[in-house]
Design a protein around this ligand. Structure first.
Ligand SMILES: CC(C)(COP(=O)(O)OP(=O)(O)OC[C@H]1O[C@@H](n2cnc3c(N)ncnc32)[C@H](O)[C@@H]1OP(=O)(O)O)[C@@H](O)C(=O)NCCC(=O)NCCS
Length: 168
């Protein structure tokens, strides 16, 4: 199996591979934190690559040396759901690691790249709507937990989530 990867900016042409990655990662890695009914309503939206992210220039993929995607994730100035913006604040978006790449630094490397580019763009704080299973990951990366909340999924349902923040 491939052991090296590079982080690069995602492109609209990555849509299919990012969707495949999300579909391989989220159902498996979120299963310990949510029941089947919650995942059934949340996963369709969570496992589809978002075209606005793929064309944002601030969404990245970790590409393994065999060409397979090991992970994805990025940041936007717009808050997901509302689109509102605050100067110097950015939102962590759509992080996922391919199950066979878990625990090998892919998420960390993606977050480092987010931090580097966001700082250069004048951002001083990250906010994250973390799924329950990802709280430990973001905590390891220096994020603080603010509160638990219900994340609206846009189809009338909601998913228990955690609001987290980190100063850059
Ligand atoms: C969350 C996720 C992206 C982590 O990816 P990863 O590539 O395995 O993370 P890394 O290997 O870079 O880990 C970085 C650090 O986080 C820690 N970490 C990772 N996952 C963790 C978890 N579930 N619980 C506690 N700590 C965790 C690692 O131990 C490591 O810490 P260390 O540097 O002190 O050793 C991955 O589990 C995933 O894709 N989950 C499903 C999708 C998801 O929930 N995405 C987030 C939506 S908000």
């Amino acid at each position: 199996m491939s052991s090296a990867f590079v982080i690069r900016v995602a492109l609209p042409a990555d849509a299919e591979s990012v969707t495949e990655l999300l579909a391989a990662s989220c159902p498996v890695l979120m299963a310990g934190a949510y029941d089947e009914a919650a995942l059934k309503v949340a996963l369709p939206a969570m496992t589809r690559a978002k075209s606005e992210l793929l064309s944002s220039g601030t969404f990245y993929v970790a590409e393994a040396d065999d060409g397979e995607l090991a992970g994805c994730g990025g940041w936007t100035r717009e808050r997901p759901g509302t689109g509102e913006t605050n100067p110097r604040l950015a939102h962590i978006r759509h992080f996922a690691t391919q199950p066979k790449w878990i625990g090998r630094g892919v998420g960390q490397a993606l977050c480092n790249r987010c931090e580097e580019d966001a700082r250069a763009a004048g951002i001083s704080r990250f906010e994250c709507h973390a799924s329950l299973n990802a709280q430990g990951f973001y905590q390891a990366l220096g994020f603080d937990t603010l509160r638990r909340f219900e994340l609206a999924m846009g189809n009338g349902s909601s998913l228990p989530s955690i609001l987290m923040q980190r100063e850059l």
